[in-house]
Design a protein. Structure first.
Length: 396
């Protein structure tokens, strides 16, 4: 059954811009760019203490000191760390080609979203469907220790990404640490061309439709509509929506558009702000799959915008959630472009499902729990997909 997944259209928006905000799962972002910040007439006197301490370091430190820009970034990161929010981060400037791959084209590499965790380790957030990374056995949560013979722990994310990316047909050797393995693994990945699409679909056995959304981009709503129009003309008996290992994207447009294809009305999500304000987002009418029997596949890599859609479908009783507990990324970050090209991601709000469940840090529990083991992967089977097909065939 897993062969079905490998034939789907591969995704991609290369989300290397997010840095640690994609740690293990994932960004829900509202873009605010550029930032206009008012300079204060007088800064707090406490900053004098910082400079007092730094002057001492400059005079006495036995070693090489950082340049002014590195010091600035380090100071900002230190201040942000006090907030104890892993999604509020500073992202240093990167070459424009690394900021965002044009959604109309493609890129050459392994096909995975990567991040840097709180221990400065490079983490595979999610390999893309059908990508060289997935085909080679790279998994979400893998910690990359080396790229070829170069250690990447502590390396800026942009530098690590540029080591991992490379020409189609070339081979990159990844030394990774996996939670369930006692020793590091070495995986060789043959780089390929990764096509830029976020939605793929097909008809499975017994006239069951299958739709996979790998990421939420500005084009996802349009792509989903096109995919559903094609599939719904096949006289389907049921539909599977696969949101496994989907790390989210820009909030709220794509999530609302996706949910609206399956809900004819009702609240999709609540957004709560620190000042007590609340924004309500409701489904738009005109969805193409509001009545067809539905099963939704989820796992620990289902995060942020994916959880917005999943929470809405679950609370409205639209279909059965099948798989594993979702990640629990229910916060929204505003993204501010700073004057030097770096960006500041600041957690600005939290999200609630239509039944007002605060899923941040908790995740959403499937109606039917089905694990996906390492043995399943090695055998090329997908028990979660098989269970979804069985559910649609039998209604239970």
């Amino acid at each position: 059954m897993r062969a079905f997944l490998k034939t789907l259209v591969a995704i991609v928006l290369v989300a290397i811009i997010a840095g640690a905000s994609f740690l293990a799962g994932f960004g829900v972002n509202q873009l605010i760019s550029p930032t206009q910040v008012q300079t204060r007439a007088g800064e707090p006197e406490q900053f004098d203490l910082f400079w007092e301490a730094w002057r001492i370091v400059e005079q006495e430190f036995f070693g090489e000191l950082p340049d002014p820009k590195e010091l600035t970034y380090g100071s900002i990161r230190g201040a942000l760390r006090i907030l104890d929010d892993s999604a509020t981060i500073l992202v240093e400037p990167m070459p424009s080609e690394d900021q965002m791959i044009d959604l109309r084209g493609a890129y050459e590499g392994i096909g995975a979203i990567v991040a840097v965790d709180e221990n400065d380790q490079v983490v595979i957030v999610s390999p893309f469907d059908g990508s060289p990374a997935m085909q080679a056995g790279v998994k979400a949560g893998d910690i990359v220790l080396k790229v070829d013979d170069v250690a990447v722990t502590g390396m800026p994310l942009g530098e690590a990404v540029r080591l991992i990316r490379g020409p189609k047909g070339s081979t990159v050797r990844l030394t990774i640490m996996r939670r369930e393995e006692a020793a590091p693994l070495v995986i060789e990945v043959i780089r390929g061309e990764v096509e830029l699409a976020t939605v793929g679909g097909m008809v499975l056995e017994d006239d069951i439709g299958y739709v996979r959304i790998s990421l939420f981009s500005e084009r996802t709503g349009q792509e989903l509509g096109e995919t559903l129009r094609e599939l719904m003309g096949e006289n389907l008996s049921g539909l599977i929506l696969d949101l496994r290992n989907n790390p989210g994207g820009v909030f709220p447009s794509a999530a609302i558009e996706v949910a609206s294809q399956f809900l004819d009305e009702g609240i999709v999500v609540y957004q709560q702000f620190s000042d007590g304000r609340e924004q309500t987002y409701s489904a738009k009418r005109g969805g193409l799959a509001t009545d067809i029997p539905l099963a939704i596949l989820v796992n620990q890599g289902t995060a942020s915008n994916s959880e917005v859609v999943v929470g809405a479908l679950q609370d409205h009783g639209r279909g059965a959630l099948i798989g594993e507990q979702t990640f629990g990324k229910g916060s929204v970050q505003s993204v501010h472009e700073l004057s030097d090209g770096s960006s500041l991601h600041v957690t600005m709000s939290r999200l609630l499902t239509p039944d007002r469940y605060p899923f941040h840090g908790e995740g959403l529990t499937p109606d039917i729990v089905v694990p996906f083991t390492e043995e399943d992967f090695l055998q090329g089977i997908d028990p979660q997909l098989e269970r979804a097909i069985g559910y649609l065939e039998t209604g239970r």
